[in-house]
Design a protein around this ligand. Structure first.
Ligand code: ARG
Length: 363
């Protein structure tokens, strides 16, 4: 199929699937709709562009593409980045995934040089790279939110060093304690969560790019240079493992599950502390709800919702573990299903941390 790109030159249809070359028939619309992941993976657009810029710079340094082609690719990618940020470029949801969309848009904008970006690269190593870049970008943000909640708990604790609180074991009155110690016990759980995220980040410090579809490339790629440009500590060692590995998704969702379990325990205490039987805490009106027919009630809905979303995050973890179970080496399309649970668990935990902090600050 031929069309006219933005430069007016005739090209093959840039938006045809990347693998379309050997096929004479286009895919059925229902098939495209079924297999696309773009609504889920579009959030990695900027990471995909960052990876592509580094890959093109390396191809040029290795004289695999020319200076002119590289400069067109760099400018094209920068313009796509700018337009995505400003909202003037809309994502095409009929594309197979975010990688295909960006490459097709690039080829629309700069012509044939756009196609050269795929040289020495497969979407199999590209997705493994994008996920790592994305996690390296967003996990520090999650850690900042956790740190802020830890500080808030510590600061409320410092005001309550002498506020007595019943201490329980087996939910039976045990020994007297202070609210400060109790709040700090919550904070320490979160400190461990923070450190666990740092440990997990340490394990995605190597760049998988250059692993190709599964067996690398016979082009003289400089994997170390790409890794250096992207701020990685080095490169992964085994190309099969590099495209087949999703341990990091499972590991981060386990980290999120622990955070969520801790939040759920904290919320459980807020729920019973706020009952008239206990009366240990009074939630602000902003962070509680009422009942029209039982006006005496002030319900701790937000704590309950955070507690209730724990099932979602654990479910995401089981989803990932099950999806990866028994997959043969190396990449299998099943693995495209990794992003929905990864992002869902991340969003859920992130939202819960923010709401818990607001709720506890105003109690
Ligand atoms: N969207 C795909 C994913 O997330 C990218 C890799 C596709 N590779 C392939 N061989 N079809 O897994």
């Amino acid at each position: 199929m031929a069309d006219r790109n933005s430069h007016g030159t005739m090209t093959k249809d840039n938006h045809a699937a990347l693998w379309h070359g050997r096929f004479s028939e286009g895919p059925d619309a229902a098939a495209v709709e079924f297999e696309t992941s773009i609504r889920v993976d579009e959030r990695m657009a900027l990471d995909d562009i960052q990876g592509s810029k580094a890959h093109a710079a390396m191809l040029c340094r290795q004289k695999i593409i020319s200076e002119k082609e590289n400069s067109e690719i760099q400018k094209g990618l920068a313009s796509i980045e700018e337009d995505l940020k400003s909202g003037s470029l809309a994502v095409d949801y009929s594309a197979e995934d975010i990688h295909s969309f960006i490459e097709a848009t690039l080829t629309d904008r700069i012509g044939e040089s756009g196609r050269k970006l795929h040289t020495g690269r497969s979407r199999n190593d590209q997705i493994a790279l994008d996920e790592r870049l994305y996690l390296r970008r967003v996990i520090p943000e999650l850690q900042r939110q956790l740190a802020s909640l830890i500080k808030t708990l510590a600061s409320i604790a410092s005001e309550h060093r002498f506020s007595l609180l019943t201490g329980y074991t087996h939910m039976q009155r045990a020994q007297p304690g202070t609210l400060a110690q109790h709040l700090c016990s919550w904070a320490w759980m979160l400190v461990r969560d923070y450190k666990r995220l740092t440990d997990s980040l340490g394990r995605i410090g190597l760049s998988p790019l250059g692993s190709g579809a599964l067996a690398g490339s016979d082009l003289p790629l400089d994997r170390e240079y790409v890794a250096e440009l992207l701020g990685f500590d080095g490169v992964t060692e085994n190309s099969l493992d590099s495209v087949a590995d999703r341990d990091y998704c499972i590991e981060f969702v386990s980290d999120f599950s622990l955070i969520q379990m801790h939040l759920s325990r904290m919320c459980e205490e807020i729920v019973y502390w706020s009952s008239s039987e206990f009366g240990f805490v009074e939630l602000s009106e902003k962070w509680s709800t009422g009942s029209s027919i039982m006006p005496q009630k002030k319900n701790p809905d937000f704590a309950e919702l955070i507690r209730g979303r724990t099932g979602r995050v654990y479910g995401d973890l089981i989803n990932l573990l099950t999806m990866m179970k028994a997959l043969p080496m190396s990449y299998d399309r099943d693995m495209q299903e990794d992003k929905a649970p990864l992002f869902d668990a991340l969003d859920c935990v992130q939202g819960n941390i923010i709401v818990f902090e607001a709720m506890i600050s105003s109690a």
